[in-house]
Design a protein around this ligand. Structure first.
Ligand SMILES: Cc1ncc(COP(=O)(O)O)c(C=O)c1O
Length: 378
């Protein structure tokens, strides 16, 4: 039988059945003790106690954009329509659609043509008095130039959002993802390193923002249990929120899978290292280099070749799934009004391709994949 190596695969721990059945029949499947237990483990892992779980990563981005824009005047939402958020089109649309949901305008910054990471110098060119936040996306778990971006943001008093949907376990300058910027988001969606079926994590720098995020994830309602008050009925709600919390079923799935995080990351990183060595002497292949200031989570392995579309097709014929993974966002009709010339995006998008690197890729698979990539790359 021929090969069939997927680009993505759902990791579900073998020991999951018993805990899942147990929570399903526990009488508590909403947000409860399992969410609290999962959050405690995540806080320890990321080293940031201002962390809240959510029902997906997109919700985390939406909350981050909301809080970054409406810091002092929560009652004046969406009343100016002048707010701008500088972001990258080299990402999933989930990074940018929540910007529209908050009523802000998108301002695209260009990316490095090889890494696909947002370019700090272009960010600075695009700052105006209406800029409220800068978003960086760590493509495939490879860190952007986070410090440089935060220095620029600080200079202008702007908040920074890290879309770390691909970044479980990523490190930057010796610190775990989730400790560098105002808002950091991880996705626990089906095909990520760790899944909770669907879920997200939002980490925050300021205590004020953290408290607000906790309220906004549940309609703005303070869920503290108070003596003498009717548990079912909320007190005054000063700011309208969302239904973005995680539930105990997802938390149980996430928690059990999360106990495998180190082994998953070790395999992904080892596979990436193998490809780097295999492609080292091949002039037709330019692998995306890891940021020397960090440690990639290696969710994707991305390389550049001049015959990208042909290579993708040939690999498919050999039973290897390869893909661009995300379409550049700025060419979508929904973002048409924000269009601008982005030479780095143009170049990245012409030649980049992702090949399987995940925990399911065996030594035999990766040798086979490397051999085929070298054979067909031009
Ligand atoms: C870069 C990026 N940002 C955000 C998201 C959204 O995460 P979620 O699916 O958990 O909402 C995704 C996709 O999962 C993504 O790839």
């Amino acid at each position: 039988m021929g090969k069939n190596i997927p680009l993505f695969k759902v990791f579900m721990a073998k020991e999951i059945d018993e805990p899942i059945l147990s929570v399903l029949h526990s009488g508590w499947i909403g947000e409860g003790p399992k969410v609290a237990e999962f959050e405690a483990k995540l806080k320890e892992y990321f080293g940031n106690h201002r962390l809240t779980t959510l029902n997906n990563g997109t919700a985390g981005l939406h909350l981050a954009y909301h809080i970054a824009q409406y810091q002092d005047a929560p009652k004046s939402y969406y009343n100016t329509n002048k707010n701008e958020i500088i972001t990258t089109p080299i990402t999933c649309t989930a990074t940018n659609e929540p910007i529209i949901a908050t009523g802000a305008k998108i301002v695209w910054a260009d990316v490095d043509p090889i890494t696909g990471s947002i370019d700090p110098s272009d960010i600075e060119n695009k700052i105006t008095e209406n800029t409220k936040a800068i978003t960086m996306v760590h493509w495939g778990g490879n860190p952007c130039r986070i410090d440089e971006i935060n220095v620029i943001a600080k200079k202008y008093g702007i908040r920074t959002v890290e879309d770390g949907a691909h970044c479980m376990g990523m490190e930057y300058k010796g610190k775990m993802f989730g400790n560098h910027s105002d808002y950091s988001v991880v996705s626990l969606q089906a095909i990520k390193h760790i899944t909770s079926a669907d879920g997200g994590i939002l980490m925050l720098k300021s205590e004020t923002d953290f408290k607000r995020a906790k309220l906004l994830r549940w309609y703005g309602i303070d869920r503290t249990i108070r003596e003498g008050f009717d548990l079912r009925c909320e007190l005054d709600v000063p700011e309208a929120g969302y239904k973005y919390h995680m539930n105990d079923v997802c938390a149980t799935i996430g928690m059990i899978n999360f106990s495998h995080v180190d082994e998953i990351l070790t395999i992904q990183r080892d596979n990436a290292k193998f490809y780097n060595n295999a492609f080292a002497g091949c002039p037709a292949i330019t692998p995306v280099p890891e940021n020397p200031d960090g440690k990639s989570a290696c969710w994707l392995y991305t390389l550049h070749v001049n015959n990208r579309d042909e290579l993708m097709k040939k690999l498919g014929e050999e039973g290897i799934m390869a893909s661009k993974v995300h379409a550049r966002n700025d060419t979508h009709s929904m973002f048409a009004e924000f269009k601008t010339w982005l030479p780095g995006v143009e170049q990245f998008n012409k030649t980049h391709l992702c090949i399987p690197v995940g925990w399911w890729v065996t030594h035999e698979d990766r040798e086979y994949i490397a051999e085929k990539v070298i054979k067909y790359a031009r």
